[in-house]
Design a protein. Sequence first.
Length: 201
Amino acid sequence: MGNETIDINIAKSDRLQPLINGEVDYYTSVITLENFSKIALFGGSFCPYHIGHDTIKQSAEKILNMPVLLELSIKNSDKGMIDYIDINERLEYIKDNHYILTTAPLIRDKVNLIKKYNPNCEITFVVGADTFTRIFDEKYGIPTNELHKFFKENKVKFLVFGRNGIRINNTYRDLLVESTEAAQFNMNISSTELRNKENGN
């Protein structure tokens, strides 16, 4: 049993090595980015992947009428690179879903990555209201009006799920996929809180 686990981890490490070494900028469990005419991504740390994530993913697929890929960046915009062990652990959580691993920490980086391989691809990001608000935080170095224009020019939409009663700024309504189901979503489960419980904190 122990040897099987080691073999699995080695295989995963070999598979991810080019991504971590910077030889490629994404790895996907499905077809390559060039083959999508449109794509929907649900990004997160997924540590762990829980029922709230799964409910959002399934609901988004129904609303958008298309598959949703889980997206995990191996670079965190605030904390830097995620290590091997951490990446493998997160892959264990999401292994039953289609997913894409990228080196793109910010939404704008993710758009540029997809457009690099597929300039005409229409992109929808599935996000919580808290994440959508954070996207426009100027601490990441991009003025909000410039980012708004960038998303419109690149055919980027957002399907935003309710979170903690956070209200969406009307300035960005033209970027949204309108959905009452998503707006009224109310399942506030935190991966951080789940990890703390597991660790007895």
